[in-house]
Design a protein around this ligand. Structure first.
Ligand SMILES: C[S@@+](CC[C@H](N)C(=O)[O-])C[C@H]1O[C@@H](n2cnc3c(N)ncnc32)[C@H](O)[C@@H]1O
Length: 255
């Protein structure tokens, strides 16, 4: 399905913007990504954008993981959106009792033979609680399952508990006031990216898409590191020239 068509069906449903939806759609097609793991799905809007790209390229599947307890909280649910768009055969939703870190445990068990964990995914998207402990662990677990040259993407690079305190007292089961001031004010995903992903020997291409609050890292298994901050000034840029610029940059970085 073309981007325009999927965007006309799900574009008004949170939480991913059309610009980031287009970025994901194009990334999948340009990088020929076929096996995707999405951690944190809410209404499944990003799942639908990615499934549309996989259908367009003629192959690929998505495993999309969230909590059992939120199934009826997000309306429409991911399952409903996938049924509506006809992508239920491309994306499988897995609902866990305690969260995606235990899903990753189960995958590592399933993929381990003779003390070696078989890597299976080309792209892992981490878009859940935005929490140092959960998402830091999820990164190390996901790394065991991510193929060489595969990509990992984090949303909410700059998000903090303190900024969310205007709207609510707790985020994904974590009560804000139970955290220290530093824990409330530090962007946890930024900490995961800067302190864990950037220093990890497997990751060579590190890209911050600043205005879109996303960070990407490519598993290159090389000691060479490049770190790029890509500024997008306007949405138009992101959809047109800017997007091309990012892909040109990604291509150069891979050489
Ligand atoms: C921002 S939403 C995801 C949005 C989605 N990726 C999109 O762009 O359309 C965050 C989701 O993470 C889920 N979540 C939070 N903590 C989780 C955990 N420990 N395990 C699994 N899912 C979790 C929430 O239930 C919520 O659905």
């Amino acid at each position: 399905m073309k981007f325009k068509e999927i965007s006309s069906i799900v574009g008004h449903i949170p939480f991913i913007s059309k610009e980031n939806g287009q970025f994901l759609y194009d990334l999948i097609i340009k990088e020929k990504i076929t096996n995707i793991l999405e951690l944190g799905i809410a209404h499944g809007t990003a799942t639908c954008y990615m499934a549309a790209a996989l259908q367009e390229q003629g192959e690929g599947k998505i495993t999309a993981v969230d909590l059992i307890e939120v199934k009826d909280q997000f309306k429409p649910s991911a399952e409903e959106q996938l049924a509506k768009t006809g992508f239920a055969d491309i994306a499988t939703v897995k609902r866990m009792q305690t969260g995606y870190t235990w899903f990753l445990h189960d995958q590592i068990v399933k993929n381990t033979k003779d003390d070696i964990c078989h890597e299976e995914y080309d792209l892992v998207i981490i878009d859940g609680p935005k929490n140092w402990t959960i998402d830091g662990a999820a990164f190390f677990f996901a790394d065991k399952l991510l193929k060489n040259n595969g990509w990992i993407i984090f949303d909410d690079y700059n998000w903090t508990y303190s900024q969310a305190s205007d709207r609510r007292d707790a985020t994904d089961g974590i009560t804000h006031r139970s955290l220290s001031k530093a824990e409330q004010e530090t962007p946890h995903i930024k900490a995961v990216f800067e302190l864990l992903v950037k220093q990890h020997p497997h990751y060579g291409n590190l890209i911050v898409l600043e205005e879109h609050d996303w960070v990407l890292a490519q598993k290159t298994m090389s000691a060479d590191k490049t770190y790029n901050i890509v500024n997008q000034t306007t949405t138009k840029d992101m959809l047109g020239k800017g997007l091309k610029k990012i892909y040109r940059k990604l291509k150069t970085l891979r050489k």
